[in-house]
Design a protein around this ligand. Structure first.
Ligand code: M6R
Length: 608
């Protein structure tokens, strides 16, 4: 997740930018850079690596006094990690400098048009189209030029712009990515969140989507997209800097759970539009898929495996495309049946899991085409695969996978529906599912509104020693993930089962000391799940049912009920995930454990 800091005022030291970037380090980054005014011109210095590498490059410049500047930490999405791809990006004569957080979906089209009009590009980023567009729109007023230019952008952005002909000003705009502004007697400051700001002011204004802000001297003004001023009083922030890093949440895990309305939007951005898949990253294998593909094989571990399993159900439910899945540590040793007609999808949020990496190597040796899915640009699995689709959720700091899991499912469904389309198997039913995915940001807001109810349940269940999660179909994959989340951060023993398997063994465990989470879809397998709930109740075990909103029957029979909005059954793992994540999170906190750093676990598992 990129970070932006900008200052305007008198006698701002270049060091202020470095200090601001350091406050944003927790967001994750792979390069950084700064642009500042230098005797009527802009100087831009950027560096791949850590902020200390940028500091080294700047040397004594850190003590220099400037009047305006922008700085950035980049977390690569479009274009590899390099000095050239780092921000700020400038137009050719370096008069305009831009920092950006987000993804410009139509950058390829814009880039082509700009090149045809004579613009020369220096990076392979989506961002670089912005300074060139602003240059074309500039007629002596930066605010007007930015308003005109951003109307051409599709996707998500927070941007900061400076122009050497108006060296007393920053213009910034937001659509989908965060931006906060503040001022004091000496300067005004813009940033991706409040952490770099708190040192200068606790009175901040959160910029909304579709708003532009002009910062000058020690003040700022907010405008709408038509250039009309917006009056809004700043909000007083009481947080200390540590709390601010976590956006006011107690832990990164909680913050990341609550980021899902935004992270899911970012993951599907440019991959799904109006119920149709449009996954550009796999266009190069369209002919392979149409003519040669006989099987898809998913290889992954842990939570990523659960996302892959949901994908397998989805593909099976809606196409005749053969999908197999194996845990990566087994795949390596089970002599998997893959060959040149197989598409292997290696799913790994970190991109570094050694078992999955070895699976990639094996699959390539056997002649398969390997597509990586990762959240970390430039990580090893994408580098060793034939191509990659990045999840674009921003870094996940908590060890437990939360927002990356839901992004994985959404991106896998996008890829799967794209494949169905090319195989002429894209039905209206699948289109409905894809539309449900597009609605997830709104659905997530509703689900997350239930946190208080989930906290109450966590209080009630915190002292149990075992729990079971049951479901059928995609509900089974949600059960597996719910159980994994609980055991890894609360250390309560939990297992996930296909509800139909209960009577083949696990039911022997059940009594009043063994609560069961039942994941109940609205249609399809609902009646079967109700029978399983009755079996559980007959053994005196308590039932916590996750049901769709109007399921009165289950509401009557379960001991506890958590409601999620009604969607197609394939979406169940996506709607249920924030509930089971929050439940596990609050149980861990109530037990006095640190959910961000569970014992014995690491964020990327690079040992066998
Ligand atoms: O980085 P990966 O997605 O390859 O990681 C796979 C598993 O190690 C990971 O999902 C693990 O299960 C997490 N702790 C889940 O929260």
């Amino acid at each position: 997740m990129c970070g932006i800091v900008g200052f305007v005022g008198k006698n701002i030291k270049v060091d202020y930018f470095i200090d601001g970037l350091k406050k944003l380090e927790y967001r994750g980054y792979d390069s950084s850079g700064v642009s500042y005014d230098d005797n009527g011109k802009f100087c831009t210095i950027k560096k791949e690596g850590r902020i200390k590498d940028l500091e080294k490059e700047l040397g004594d410049i850190v003590n220099k006094n400037v009047n305006v500047g922008l700085a950035h930490t980049r977390w690569a999405t479009h274009g590899g990690v390099s000095d050239e791809n780092s921000h700020p990006h400038t137009n050719e004569d370096n008069k305009i400098s831009v920092v950006h957080n987000g993804i410009i979906e139509n950058f390829q089209e814009l880039r082509k048009e700009l090149i045809s009009r004579g613009h020369v590009f220096r990076s392979s980023t989506d961002t670089e189209v912005i300074p060139h567009l602003i240059e074309e729109c500039y007629r002596g007023n930066l605010l007007e030029a930015v308003i005109e230019a951003i109307k051409k952008l599709e996707g998500a952005y927070a941007i900061g712009v400076i122009h050497s002909e108006e060296p007393d000003k920053i213009v910034a705009a937001r659509k989908g990515s965060p931006l906060v502004v503040a001022g004091n007697e000496e300067l005004s400051i813009i940033a991706s969140d409040v952490t770099p700001i708190l040192k200068y002011s606790k009175e901040v204004n959160f910029i909304n989507d579709g708003e532009i802000v002009e910062l000058f001297g020690n003040n700022y003004k907010i405008f709408d997209l038509s250039g009309n001023p917006i009056e809004r009083k700043p909000i007083h922030i009481d947080w200390d800097e540590e709390l601010a890093e976590k956006g006011g949440y107690e832990h990164f895990m909680q913050k990341e759970i609550f980021e899902q309305p935004v992270s899911i939007k970012s993951a599907i951005s440019g991959r799904i539009k109006n119920g149709q898949p449009c996954v550009k990253e796999i266009e190069n294998i369209k002919s392979f898929i149409e003519n040669d593909l006989k099987k898809i094989y998913v290889v992954a571990c842990g939570t990523s495996y659960h996302a892959g399993l949901a994908f397998k159900y989805f593909m099976q439910n809606h196409s005749d495309i053969n999908v197999e899945i194996e845990v990566a540590s087994e795949f390596r040793y089970c002599n998997p049946n893959v060959n040149k007609n197989t598409l292997v999808i290696a799913v790994s949020q970190s991109g570094e899991t050694i078992d999955t990496l070895e699976g990639v190597r094996l699959a390539k040796n056997k002649g398969a085409y390997v597509l990586a899915m990762s959240n970390v640009v430039g990580s090893t699995i994408p580098r060793e695969s034939d191509s990659v689709v990045y999840m674009n959720t921003g870094p996940e700091i908590g060890v437990a996978a939360t927002k990356t899991y839901t992004a994985q499912i959404a991106v896998l469904y996008s890829i799967g529906s794209q494949i169905m389309k090319w195989k002429n198997q894209y039905s209206t039913e699948t289109e409905k599912i894809i539309k449900d995915i597009e609605n997830l940001p709104e659905i997530y807001k509703k689900v997350l509104d239930n946190e208080d109810h989930i906290i109450e349940l966590a209080r009630e269940y915190v002292n149990y020693k075992h729990m079971m999660y049951i479901g059928r179909g995609t509900g089974y994959t949600a059960a597996l993930e719910g159980a994994l989340k609980l055991k890894e951060i609360s250390y309560i023993h939990a297992s996930g089962y296909q509800a139909g398997e209960l009577k083949h063994g696990p039911i022997a465990l059940l009594d009043e000391s063994f609560p069961v989470f039942a994941i109940v879809p609205f249609n399809g397998l609902r009646e079967k799940m109700i029978s399983n709930i009755m079996e559980v109740k007959a053994r005196k075990a308590r039932v916590i049912a996750i049901v769709t909103e109007n399921d009165e029957k289950v509401i009557e029979i379960a001991n506890e009920v958590i409601k999620v909005p009604e969607t197609s059954e394939d979406i169940l793992p996506l709607t249920v995930a924030p509930v089971t994540q929050l439940f596990s999170y609050h149980i861990a906190v109530l037990r006095g454990l640190d959910p961000d750093k569970p014992r014995n676990l690491a964020k990327s598992v690079t040992v066998e």
